[in-house]
Design a binder for this molecule. Structure first.
Ligand code: NAP
Length: 289
């Protein structure tokens, strides 16, 4: 029941109507008996500074930030969490008595999702396909939590090189491979797959409107010693995951990352334990599985 004591959390993005966060977070507020409401608000790029300034003025608990504002919000924060600085994007804001604290819960969300399936990053060699914003969150999460080596494949080599440099600055070994090395089946690329136990698919391939496409990884390189994690969660099984599963790999879709970035944000806003299983059920029901 919304009343005069209800506290608000807002999603700032453009567009926002596709977002599953309002359903997931409002179900979590209800289940925990917190008098809070989560609203999705469409904010134009030219208005983002005004919208962020309104958070303390209107006494909002905090916010989520999504495309296209994640970078623009960074200089508007009073305090930035380490993950957020390294990723260069904010997806969660906490209003701490008028001070705006910026976080990025995607790294934590990804790592918690890996933990859910029993994957331990310490000392691992991993493959990352893609070098966009989501890849940055994934590699920062893994680099800060003990992986030994990150091997990056991206269509645009320059972006992969920049990401690898950042990984190296965190004291973790990083290598860059041309996207075409997957197609030509280069020896060095094959060796990287042999040495790795985790392959993270972070490109937009597999997501509508590219649902029939997938990275050109030779399927014979995928075995039952690999965990293949695809950040895409809709469709629940991308073509890439389907082929990886048929090659014997263990496969996981991106629903866990979506869930745990929300769980982490909920915990930051409320300082209460999130009803994780309820939030998972809400997402699964909404995505039809
Ligand atoms: P982004 O910053 O736009 O990066 C897109 C990535 O996909 C880049 O590496 C890009 O390569 C690559 N790519 C796009 N089209 C390609 C093609 N035709 N062939 C080869 N590579 C291609 O997007 P993002 O924010 O990183 O998001 C990427 C994916 O992750 C999306 O599907 C998104 O829904 C998903 N995601 C999931 C979660 C979750 O919670 N599960 C969270 C964040 C994102 P170039 O650099 O060469 O352009």
């Amino acid at each position: 029941m919304i009343n005069s004591h209800t506290q608000a959390v807002v999603l700032l993005g453009d567009p926002v109507t596709h977002s599953l966060s309002p359903l997931m977070q409002n179900a979590a507020f209800k289940a925990t008996g917190l008098n809070c409401a989560y609203l999705a608000t469409r904010v134009k790029q030219t208005d983002i500074a005004i919208a962020v300034a309104a958070i303390p003025v209107l006494g909002f608990v905090g916010a989520n930030v999504t495309v296209p504002h994640k970078k623009a919000v960074l200089p508007l924060m009073d305090v930035l969490h380490q993950d957020c600085q390294l990723i260069g994007a904010v997806n969660t804001i906490v209003n701490d008595n008028g001070k705006l604290k910026g976080y990025n819960t995607d790294s934590e969300g990804f790592m918690r999702a890996l933990g859910d399936v029993g994957y331990q990053p310490e000392g691992a060699r991993v493959i990352v396909l893609g070098a966009g914003g989501a890849a940055r969150a994934v590699v920062v999460g893994m680099a800060l939590r003990g992986v030994k080596e990150i091997n990056i494949f991206n269509r645009s080599r320059a972006k992969a090189v920049a990401l690898a440099r950042q990984v190296q600055e965190l004291g973790v070994s990083a290598n860059v491979y041309d996207w075409s090395s997957l197609i030509t089946e280069s020896d060095s690329a094959r060796q990287a797959f042999i040495n790795a136990n985790l392959i993270v698919q972070t490109t937009s391939l597999g997501m509508p409107p590219m649902e029939s496409e997938y990275p050109p990884v030779p399927l014979k390189w995928l075995t039952d010693k690999h965990l293949v994690y695809d950040l895409v969660y809709n469709p629940p099984e991308t073509k890439f995951l389907n082929k990886a599963r048929q090659s014997g790999a263990k496969t996981v879709n991106g629903l866990g990352m979506l869930l745990y970035q929300g769980v982490t944000a909920f915990e930051l806003w409320t300082r209460c334990a999130a009803p994780v299983e309820l939030m998972r059920t809400v997402l699964r029901n909404e995505l039809g599985r």
